[in-house]
Design a protein around this ligand. Structure first.
Ligand SMILES: Nc1ncnc2c1ncn2[C@@H]1O[C@H](COP(=O)(O)OP(=O)(O)OP(=O)(O)O)[C@@H](O)[C@H]1O
Ligand SMILES: [Mg+2]
Length: 298
């Protein structure tokens, strides 16, 4: 839900949602220069366990932000805050420059935030079309408009250059891991997600399926969607990320454009929270939102 008194995008985005297609109808941002999502001072504790502390992070549209960190660093907790599953115990979230308070995943969905899990959120016993349209099926004369559903699903997959699916009438239970990811992402795109959050999308995938998912992520950003991807795989991170954010023991150890990092600096940051190798000097571009910074907050 949205903070009282803030004429925020949650409701208006929902109201403007088209039943199908990948067009996006979002209200004008409060501040056009603001990133899609801005986190300020986000903290989350579970009883005595302080999972996140003072997270300041900007997520721009049209870019992939890779979220990396060791086991227990707080990655999943952070995206669960962004997905409306956990309410942060401290800090503020701004969507297009407007303060928002998410009380449920439904609130995040209404804003245009979709979280994609590899094995969740798809129904194995339904086909691809039924899964993609679930919850916003078009009707014609009071009946499901199967023709429009199928055409829309096919078009969305084609727009995202997903070509490995043989039939959109295939049951999702029979798809490979990479194909399932593709369907889940296409579903998020159809639901007009502006920000797609992926937790370990390639963890269980083979080489060619990983390629499929990485190219899908690139497609998303070229269409203007913001993407947050959690990955333990530094190959994937360097393949696909525009920006990297490193969490260490619940704090943001560093964030900046990918060119500011190399493998060793990421490993250092993940394992000790600091690195002496601040940048590899390979033509790093200025970050419009925030430069590389060893984070000394909190
Ligand atoms: N529901 C919960 N109750 C209590 N503690 C939790 C809960 N969820 C997470 N934590 C704690 O918060 C910290 C961060 O966990 P989180 O799952 O966010 O880590 P992660 O970076 O996603 O790790 P991994 O790479 O292993 O998935 C851990 O110390 C974890 O034990
Ligand atoms: Mg996790």
């Amino acid at each position: 839900m949205v903070a009282p008194g803030t004429p925020d995008g949650a409701r208006s985005a929902q109201a403007g949602r088209a039943p199908s297609g990948t067009g996006v109808s979002q209200p004008e941002p409060a501040d056009p220069s603001a990133p899609l999502l801005r986190l300020r001072g986000i903290g989350k504790h579970f009883g005595p366990v302080q999972a996140l502390t003072g997270i300041d992070l900007d997520i721009p549209a049209g870019q992939v932000t890779a979220l990396v960190g060791d086991n227990g660093a707080g990655k999943t907790t952070l995206i669960k805050c962004i997905a409306g599953i956990w309410a942060p115990t401290d800090g503020q979230m701004l969507w297009n420059g407007r303060p928002v308070h998410l009380h449920s995943p439904r609130d995040a969905t209404a804003l245009g935030i979709a979280t994609v899990y590899q094995d969740l959120a798809l129904c194995d016993n339904l086909d691809i079309v039924q899964n993609m349209m679930l919850g916003h099926e078009p009707l014609r004369y009071g009946l499901l408009d199967e023709v429009t559903m199928e055409l829309t699903a096919k078009q969305t997959l084609a727009d995202l250059a997903v070509t490995t699916v043989r039939s959109v009438r295939q049951l999702v239970g029979s798809l490979s891991g990479g194909q399932r990811q593709s369907v889940a992402v296409a579903k998020a795109v159809m639901a007009e997600a502006r920000l797609v959050v992926m937790d370990e999308p390639t963890a269980a995938l083979g080489v060619s399926q990983t390629e499929l998912v990485l190219s899908l992520i690139t497609q998303l950003t070229s269409r203007g969607h913001g993407v947050i991807v959690i990955s333990h795989n530094l190959n994937d991170v360097f393949d696909v990320a525009d920006r990297i954010a490193v969490l260490y023991l619940g704090r943001l150890a560093a964030v900046g454009p990918v060119a500011d990092f190399d493998r060793q600096s990421i490993v250092d940051l993940m394992t000790t929270g600091a690195s002496t190798r601040t940048g590899n000097g390979s033509g790093s571009e200025p970050d419009p939102y925030r430069g590389f910074s060893a984070n000394a907050e909190g």
